[in-house]
Design a binder for this molecule. Structure first.
Ligand code: HEC
Length: 127
Protein backbone atom coordinates (compact mmCIF):
# COMPACT_ATOMS: atom_id res chain seq x y z
CA UNK A 1 0.00 0.00 0.00
CA UNK A 2 1.78 3.21 -1.07
CA UNK A 3 1.79 6.02 1.42
CA UNK A 4 -0.15 9.15 0.59
CA UNK A 5 3.12 10.96 0.20
CA UNK A 6 4.53 8.62 -2.46
CA UNK A 7 1.30 8.91 -4.47
CA UNK A 8 1.69 12.66 -4.30
CA UNK A 9 5.23 12.47 -5.62
CA UNK A 10 4.19 10.14 -8.45
CA UNK A 11 1.31 12.45 -9.27
CA UNK A 12 3.58 15.45 -9.43
CA UNK A 13 6.05 13.57 -11.60
CA UNK A 14 3.23 12.62 -13.99
CA UNK A 15 2.04 16.21 -14.11
CA UNK A 16 5.55 17.43 -14.85
CA UNK A 17 5.78 14.88 -17.67
CA UNK A 18 2.47 16.00 -19.17
CA UNK A 19 3.56 19.64 -18.95
CA UNK A 20 6.86 18.83 -20.63
CA UNK A 21 5.02 17.08 -23.46
CA UNK A 22 2.57 19.93 -23.92
CA UNK A 23 5.29 22.56 -23.87
CA UNK A 24 7.42 20.44 -26.20
CA UNK A 25 4.53 20.21 -28.66
CA UNK A 26 4.00 23.98 -28.57
CA UNK A 27 7.68 24.62 -29.13
CA UNK A 28 7.51 22.38 -32.19
CA UNK A 29 4.49 24.25 -33.55
CA UNK A 30 6.41 27.47 -33.79
CA UNK A 31 8.78 25.94 -36.32
CA UNK A 32 6.08 24.29 -38.37
CA UNK A 33 4.17 26.50 -40.83
CA UNK A 34 1.45 23.85 -41.20
CA UNK A 35 0.77 23.83 -37.45
CA UNK A 36 0.90 27.62 -37.33
CA UNK A 37 -1.50 27.84 -40.25
CA UNK A 38 -3.90 25.45 -38.57
CA UNK A 39 -3.81 27.53 -35.38
CA UNK A 40 -4.44 30.74 -37.36
CA UNK A 41 -7.38 29.18 -39.23
CA UNK A 42 -8.85 28.17 -35.89
CA UNK A 43 -8.11 31.43 -34.08
CA UNK A 44 -9.45 33.81 -36.72
CA UNK A 45 -12.53 31.67 -37.33
CA UNK A 46 -12.00 30.32 -40.87
CA UNK A 47 -13.05 26.88 -39.68
CA UNK A 48 -16.50 28.15 -38.74
CA UNK A 49 -17.17 28.18 -42.49
CA UNK A 50 -14.54 25.79 -43.88
CA UNK A 51 -14.18 22.14 -43.04
CA UNK A 52 -10.62 20.80 -43.06
CA UNK A 53 -11.93 17.78 -44.93
CA UNK A 54 -14.27 17.68 -47.89
CA UNK A 55 -17.53 18.66 -46.18
CA UNK A 56 -19.17 21.81 -47.48
CA UNK A 57 -20.11 24.18 -44.70
CA UNK A 58 -20.83 27.79 -45.60
CA UNK A 59 -17.76 27.71 -47.81
CA UNK A 60 -16.08 24.80 -49.60
CA UNK A 61 -14.18 22.13 -47.63
CA UNK A 62 -10.46 22.71 -47.90
CA UNK A 63 -9.15 19.23 -48.57
CA UNK A 64 -10.58 18.99 -52.07
CA UNK A 65 -10.19 22.67 -52.95
CA UNK A 66 -6.47 23.42 -52.98
CA UNK A 67 -4.91 23.29 -56.42
CA UNK A 68 -8.30 22.79 -58.08
CA UNK A 69 -9.65 24.89 -60.89
CA UNK A 70 -13.00 26.16 -59.65
CA UNK A 71 -15.83 27.87 -61.56
CA UNK A 72 -16.48 31.48 -60.59
CA UNK A 73 -19.74 33.30 -60.21
CA UNK A 74 -20.23 35.35 -63.37
CA UNK A 75 -18.12 33.06 -65.54
CA UNK A 76 -14.50 32.06 -65.78
CA UNK A 77 -12.47 29.88 -63.49
CA UNK A 78 -9.67 30.29 -60.99
CA UNK A 79 -7.09 27.90 -59.64
CA UNK A 80 -7.12 27.85 -55.86
CA UNK A 81 -3.50 28.64 -55.08
CA UNK A 82 -1.62 31.04 -52.87
CA UNK A 83 -2.50 34.09 -55.00
CA UNK A 84 -6.17 33.13 -54.98
CA UNK A 85 -6.15 32.60 -51.22
CA UNK A 86 -4.56 36.01 -50.79
CA UNK A 87 -7.29 37.60 -52.93
CA UNK A 88 -10.01 35.62 -51.11
CA UNK A 89 -8.83 36.94 -47.78
CA UNK A 90 -8.06 40.53 -48.73
CA UNK A 91 -10.78 41.15 -51.33
CA UNK A 92 -13.30 38.33 -50.93
CA UNK A 93 -15.90 39.57 -53.36
CA UNK A 94 -13.46 39.98 -56.27
CA UNK A 95 -13.83 36.32 -57.16
CA UNK A 96 -16.67 34.28 -55.73
CA UNK A 97 -16.92 30.59 -56.27
CA UNK A 98 -19.99 29.60 -58.26
CA UNK A 99 -22.78 28.14 -56.17
CA UNK A 100 -21.65 29.78 -52.94
CA UNK A 101 -22.93 32.96 -51.32
CA UNK A 102 -20.41 35.83 -51.37
CA UNK A 103 -20.14 35.54 -47.60
CA UNK A 104 -16.42 35.09 -47.23
CA UNK A 105 -15.37 37.92 -44.91
CA UNK A 106 -12.32 40.12 -45.37
CA UNK A 107 -9.83 38.77 -42.84
CA UNK A 108 -6.96 41.01 -41.79
CA UNK A 109 -4.08 38.57 -41.97
CA UNK A 110 -0.43 39.53 -42.17
CA UNK A 111 1.59 38.25 -45.13
CA UNK A 112 3.37 35.71 -42.96
CA UNK A 113 0.04 34.46 -41.65
CA UNK A 114 -1.22 33.97 -45.18
CA UNK A 115 1.96 32.04 -45.91
CA UNK A 116 1.24 29.78 -42.94
CA UNK A 117 -2.39 29.25 -43.90
CA UNK A 118 -1.18 28.45 -47.42
CA UNK A 119 1.13 25.79 -46.02
CA UNK A 120 -1.74 24.36 -44.01
CA UNK A 121 -4.17 24.23 -46.95
CA UNK A 122 -1.54 22.70 -49.20
CA UNK A 123 -0.88 20.11 -46.52
CA UNK A 124 -4.60 19.27 -46.27
CA UNK A 125 -4.74 18.68 -50.01
CA UNK A 126 -1.90 16.20 -49.66
CA UNK A 127 1.21 18.22 -50.36
C1 HEC B 1 -18.42 33.55 -42.84
C2 HEC B 1 -17.91 32.35 -43.48
C3 HEC B 1 -16.47 32.30 -43.92
C4 HEC B 1 -15.34 32.53 -43.18
C5 HEC B 1 -15.22 32.93 -41.71
C6 HEC B 1 -14.20 32.26 -44.06
N1 HEC B 1 -14.64 31.89 -45.30
FE1 HEC B 1 -13.52 31.35 -46.89
N2 HEC B 1 -15.17 31.21 -48.05
C7 HEC B 1 -16.48 31.34 -47.61
C8 HEC B 1 -17.40 31.16 -48.75
C9 HEC B 1 -18.90 31.21 -48.69
C10 HEC B 1 -16.58 30.91 -49.88
C11 HEC B 1 -17.03 30.64 -51.32
C12 HEC B 1 -17.41 31.92 -52.01
C13 HEC B 1 -16.22 32.71 -52.40
O1 HEC B 1 -15.38 32.19 -53.18
O2 HEC B 1 -16.09 33.83 -51.94
C14 HEC B 1 -15.19 30.97 -49.39
C15 HEC B 1 -14.07 30.75 -50.21
C16 HEC B 1 -12.78 30.59 -49.74
C17 HEC B 1 -11.67 30.19 -50.55
C18 HEC B 1 -11.74 29.89 -52.03
C19 HEC B 1 -12.04 28.44 -52.18
C20 HEC B 1 -12.79 28.09 -53.40
O3 HEC B 1 -12.95 26.87 -53.64
O4 HEC B 1 -13.25 28.99 -54.12
C21 HEC B 1 -10.57 30.12 -49.76
C22 HEC B 1 -9.16 29.69 -50.15
C23 HEC B 1 -11.00 30.51 -48.44
N3 HEC B 1 -12.36 30.78 -48.46
C24 HEC B 1 -10.18 30.60 -47.34
C25 HEC B 1 -10.58 31.12 -46.10
C26 HEC B 1 -9.66 31.42 -45.03
C27 HEC B 1 -8.17 31.16 -45.05
C28 HEC B 1 -10.41 31.94 -44.01
C29 HEC B 1 -9.92 32.48 -42.66
C30 HEC B 1 -8.84 33.45 -42.74
C31 HEC B 1 -11.81 31.95 -44.45
N4 HEC B 1 -11.86 31.46 -45.73
C32 HEC B 1 -12.87 32.38 -43.69
C33 HEC B 1 -16.88 31.58 -46.31
C34 HEC B 1 -16.03 31.91 -45.26
Amino acid sequence: MPSAESVGVAGRAALALVLALVLGACGGDEDDPVARGEAIARDVGCIACHDAGTTTRIGPGWADTWGEEVPLEGGGTAVVDEAYLRRSVTDPTAEVREGFPPSMPRVPLADEEIDDVTAYLRHLAGG
